[in-house]
Design a protein around this ligand. Structure first.
Ligand SMILES: [Zn+2]
Length: 341
């Protein structure tokens, strides 16, 4: 009787909810208990997507995804299950997993450590900063996991992208062992390259993570993208284009779109560069793409650093923080291809 009431109230809840976008499209229904044979549906497709639980070393896992991945919905039912164990009661979780759920993990953020291998491990495990994964530079086949993916690691700090803030809450962080940059007296930064081994490791790891959590391309970012006034990592030598071309990870602009925008961008830069209305337009374009930046109408320090972050990621040949015609064309091409929803 209890179960019958539960089923009825669950159905009422599901079908009376006004935000039904995903639920209506999804054919999943909770499995009806054996004691209620009249309402059992026998569709083979429904049986196929019924979440299953397996147990490994005492930890339970859902192993089936009930999400419609084509709708870019990261609602899932796989992954480890953490449950309450209330004294005297049984928590039942096989029959009623809700479709109205999703993963905490919406972003993948890449970093470099500015530390050698041994110190990277010490700092990222023994101090107030961490990351989910650490990619060493030892040429072996190991990737270190430092934090459970279901938990927050402290890698992003004060951060924002599009409508989201404090990305530690919603991201997976990967640290790559790399010494960062040295700067000369004029402030010109020279970055240390990444080894091919590291890039292959990062690509394989990133591919696995974005696939499992269905993380959109717009949410695979550099630390410098989400904290442009504070951070430079993983810097201009991190091969974002290679990841996009060879592994279909993250964003890249269409070359033809950039070329189409270039002539007008050259005119903008040569005729309007110092007009506050043009500077404001650039700032709004940066903001629209995702950067946390205010429209001041001035080429201020925050704007220069944000342009530098954009250049690290998408125009790494020159990263001086100056909005030139190519960077302006690339920014507009990115906004065309990855509009804010
Ligand atoms: Zn970082």
């Amino acid at each position: 009787m209890r179960k019958t009431l539960y089923i009825i109230s669950l159905s009422t809840l599901v079908f009376s909810c006004t935000s039904q976008k995903n639920i209506k499209k999804n054919t999943y229904r909770p499995k009806t208990p054996v004691s209620q044979p009249k309402t059992v549906t026998n569709s083979a497709s429904q049986e196929k997507i019924k979440p299953q639980i397996t147990k490994e070393s005492g930890v339970e896992f859902f192993t089936t995804n009930i999400a419609d991945i084509t709708k870019n919905d990261n609602t899932v039912s796989y992954g480890s299950i953490v449950s309450a164990k209330p004294a005297g009661y049984k928590v039942v979780k096989t029959h009623f997993p809700a479709i109205a759920q999703n993963f905490r993990q919406k972003y993948l953020i890449l970093h470099y450590t500015v530390l050698p291998d041994d110190k990277s491990i010490t700092v990222l495990t023994q101090q107030g900063v961490s990351a989910h994964y650490l990619v060493n530079n030892l040429g072996d086949n190991e990737i270190y996991q430092l934090v459970d993916e279901n938990k927050r690691s402290y890698h992003a700090g004060v951060s924002a992208w599009r409508a989201d803030k404090n990305l530690n809450d919603t991201s997976i962080g990967i640290e790559i062992v790399n010494m960062g940059y040295t700067a000369n007296a004029a402030g010109l930064k020279t970055f240390q390259p990444f080894s091919d081994d590291q890039i292959k490791k990062v690509a394989a790891l990133a591919k696995d993570i974005v696939t499992r959590y269905n993380i959109p391309a717009t949410n695979v970012l550099a630390h410098s993208d989400i904290a442009p006034t504070r951070k430079q990592d993983p810097g201009p030598l991190f091969p974002w284009k290679k990841l996009y071309d060879e592994y279909q990870i993250g964003m890249w602009y269409d070359e033809a779109a950039k070329q189409n925008l270039l002539t007008l961008a050259q005119t903008d830069i040569s005729t309007k560069y110092n007009e506050p209305s043009f500077v404001y337009m650039v700032q709004i374009a940066l903001q629209k793409f995702g950067y946390a930046i205010e429209g001041s109408g001035k080429w201020d320090d925050a704007t220069k650093k944000t342009i530098e972050a954009l250049q690290y990621h998408f125009r790494p040949q020159t990263y001086d923080g100056i909005m030139d015609a190519e960077t302006w064309a690339i920014l507009q091409a990115l906004n065309q291809k990855y509009p804010t929803k």
